[in-house]
Design a protein around this ligand. Structure first.
Ligand code: DQA
Length: 146
């Protein structure tokens, strides 16, 4: 099984960015934890990050035909307004799980809305790096149909 983990805008700055909300793990640390869990679960995990919305949309398009079985996505601030990313995700036929490191519902009101939530299978937020790990477990169960 092939799982794609998509990290959106500004997430390459984890480790240096607002540690009160995001902790001190870098994106490389998060990807290493995902790879380790992927090995434990027997799935291939590919992690990909971009700060460019068009490139991010094109990576989602590629996932329609490249053998991806499930997607975990943290779109960063795009979560709250990018209809282009929501439309791209809606094209996918595989399960998609939305994750956030911070508890977006306990933060500024603009973070309470996700335009992606209506087109994903479910959302996990507020558990730091564990949000990603829980998201990976969830998408594997969905993709396996269990
Ligand atoms: C985030 C929450 C978003 O509101 C924010 O813009 C981010 C990170 C999170 O992981 O908690 O960039 O997606």
């Amino acid at each position: 099984m092939n799982i794609l983990v998509l990290h959106g805008v500004n997430l390459n700055m984890f480790g240096q960015r607002d540690p009160a909300h995001y902790g001190t793990a870098t994106l490389a640390d998060i990807d290493a934890r995902l790879q380790a869990l992927g090995a434990e679960l027997g799935v291939r995990v590919s992690c990909w990050q971009s700060n460019m919305e068009g490139a991010f949309v094109e990576r989602i398009h590629a996932a329609c035909t490249d053998g991806t079985d499930g997607v975990v996505i943290n779109a960063g601030a795009w979560t709250h307004y990018s209809l282009a990313i929501a439309d791209a995700l809606a094209i996918l036929r595989v399960p998609v799980v939305e994750v956030h490191m911070s508890n977006v519902h306990a933060r500024e009101s603009f973070r309470h809305q996700s335009v992606l939530s209506p087109v994903v299978r479910g959302s996990i937020c507020g558990f730091g790096v564990d949000s990603y790990l829980l998201g990976l477990r969830a998408v594997c169960s969905l993709a396996a149909g269990v």
